[in-house]
Design a protein around this ligand. Structure first.
Ligand SMILES: [Fe+2]
Ligand SMILES: [Fe+2]
Length: 389
């Protein structure tokens, strides 16, 4: 138990078991926040909130990775550090029991994240900054991010009172808490001012999406407006697919969820990049043209292996060539600002394609050859733009 040591003014700190218990409680809250945010992200209509959720769930996944590591250091190795107390379960059940994006965000940002912030601040005040410097560094970084999250999506300042979830007991040597999975999506949500039609934007022609000599690079202002608007929607769909891959497969190894969280954040960042490019360079904005979900639906209908093969292993793999081609053509025309966008899209696509190889092979007993064979097989159902034939 914490108390001040005589003389030095330095807190005596927590004993190792109490310290590990605190981290176990953070583990449980963050694990369910990552899971829930992945499930709800596609159903949040408002673009800025969808962006923040993608950003925060990536922070949370990285924080959880570090907390797992700290638990490993403090306690016998365990992938699942005990069962939460009934009191913590009440909070986790409220998170899991949300029936709308609003309801989820209210609990996640109005209760769970403020509870984490409170507990981590208490932890930081009470720990021995020398003996327990690894916890000091970890918590200093994580608590600031949690405070930012609560500010960005919580609305109200974090209440100071409300109990300390870090001090709740955990029951060791018992099984993992089940992560309930939301019903399958029918389609993702968009801002109410965005028109959703079956065919999407009729301006977007096939030759923009084929690889090879017949590929058309949009160079005129009007075609660039439509192109980047369509690309922003495609980035959102990509984020939503990755978020759902993670949410719908809690049985996958933790590293899979970290990879999906990173890609979800990358894709919403790409959408943010296109949003700015449209406003600052192209004179248009999100919502100016219709969008459609036929491609999203065609990929979402597959199981996890099929999604990895067709989205990461095919769509994103083929997009690399087009991004490189677009960059070269636009650079030659002196359109550096637009060309540079494709440079970073291309760089980020490399790990995204690798996510397909890594986790597709995992699902096939570790065989990359079996994954590549599956990619070849599923590609026969696609046309030259990567859409279902
Ligand atoms: Fe992207
Ligand atoms: Fe991507």
């Amino acid at each position: 138990m914490k108390s001040s040591s005589e003389g030095s003014g330095r807190p005596l700190g927590y004993d190792v078991d109490d310290n590990a218990t605190r981290f176990s409680n953070y583990f449980h809250v963050l694990r369910e926040l990552v899971h829930g945010s992945n499930g709800w992200l596609p159903l949040v209509p408002e673009w800025p909130r969808k962006y923040s959720l993608g950003d925060h769930l990536h922070d949370d996944a990285r924080a959880l990775t570090k907390i797992r590591r700290r638990l490993y250091e403090l306690r016998h190795p365990s992938d699942y550090p005990g069962t939460p107390s009934p009191e913590l379960e009440q909070l986790l059940d409220r998170l899991a029991g949300a029936r709308s994006p609003e309801g989820y965000l209210d609990v996640a940002y109005g209760e769970a994240k403020p509870a984490l912030v409170r507990a981590m601040r208490i932890h930081l005040e009470g720990l021995d900054p020398v003996a327990d410097e690894p916890s000091l560094r970890l918590l200093t970084q994580v608590v600031e991010r949690q405070e930012r999250h609560a500010r960005e999506l919580g609305g109200a300042p974090t209440p100071r009172d409300g109990g300390d979830i870090g001090a709740l007991p955990v029951e060791l040597h018992s099984g993992a808490r089940e992560l309930p999975v939301l019903p399958p999506l029918s389609e993702p949500a968009r801002d109410d001012y965005v028109e959703v039609t079956p065919g999407g934007d009729p301006y977007l022609s096939r030759d923009l999406y084929v690889n090879g000599p017949e590929n058309h690079v949009p160079i005129e202002p009007d075609e660039q407006r439509h192109f980047f608007h369509g690309l922003m929607d495609a980035e959102l769909s990509a984020a939503e697919l990755m978020a759902r891959n993670s949410h719908e497969h809690p049985e996958m190894p933790w590293d899979f969820h970290v990879d999906m969280a990173r890609q979800t954040w990358d894709e919403v960042r790409h959408a943010h990049l296109h949003d700015l490019l449209m406003k600052e360079e192209l004179g248009c904005e999100w919502g100016d043209y219709p969008v459609g979900f036929s491609y999203f639906r065609s990929i979402y209908a597959y199981d996890l292996l099929g999604r990895l093969c067709l989205f990461n292993g095919t769509s994103e793999q083929r997009a690399m060539w087009r991004h490189s081609h677009r960059r070269k053509v636009l650079m030659e025309l002196g359109q550096e600002r637009v060309a540079m966008v494709f440079d970073y899209l291309l760089a980020d696509e490399v790990p995204h394609v690798h996510n397909g190889v890594r986790w597709g092979a995992h699902l096939l007993g570790g065989s990359e050859a079996a994954y590549r064979e599956k990619v070849r097989e599923l590609r026969t159902a696609l046309d030259e733009t990567g859409a279902p034939a």
